[in-house]
Design a protein around this ligand. Sequence first.
Ligand code: CA
Length: 225
Amino acid sequence: MRVLVVEDEIKMAALLKRGLEEEGYAVDVATDGPEGLWMALESDYAVVVLDIMLPGIDGFEVCQQMRKAEKWSPVLMLTAKDEIDARVKGLDSGADDYLTKPFSFSELAARLRALIRRGTLPRPTVLEVGDLKLDPGKRQVWKGQDEINLSPKEFSLLEMFMRHPGEVFSRTRLIEHVWDFAYDGTSNVVDQYVAYLRRKLDKPNSLTYIETVRGTGYRLRNLQH
Ligand code: CA
């Protein structure tokens, strides 16, 4: 399995390279944006670990250019704590997941394994699950022919579900992905926003798009309402 690490902090890059090699990956390292993009376009990597702040062109641009060139290697973005909108912007640019620095190596390795399992499927820019459609770039959502107006948080939450249909998300994982890293409120906020989404999406007395998985969290059903 070949992995590309694009990271300009030499220490961090070396740490990732050594750790991933110990996990059995063949690791290439690029230390700036243009080099990273070039390497990502030249080879088919099982997964790309992409830092956002890079010399030359940033990680968002690298990812966008990859997707434009129809390179679908899964991308895990590394964001700094203060890059508040990075997660949303990263997902908009075609990244598959992100991790906030500082992170544990075992967490990174687990995320990479999950991304590699999912493989390099072409991903359309507009997400479709059942009769729901979501355009991350235009920030629009439709149910059948009807456009649904969502608040930014509702949108991010639905986007997370639609990128991983059928996958069960714990409240903690949803908070980590949709709310800020620094968010220290209770996980009730997730329940509250799921309720908002249900109110906007579901028909009365029919199955809900967002199913409660008892004791675990939530998952999105593939439904035609
Ligand atoms: Ca950097």
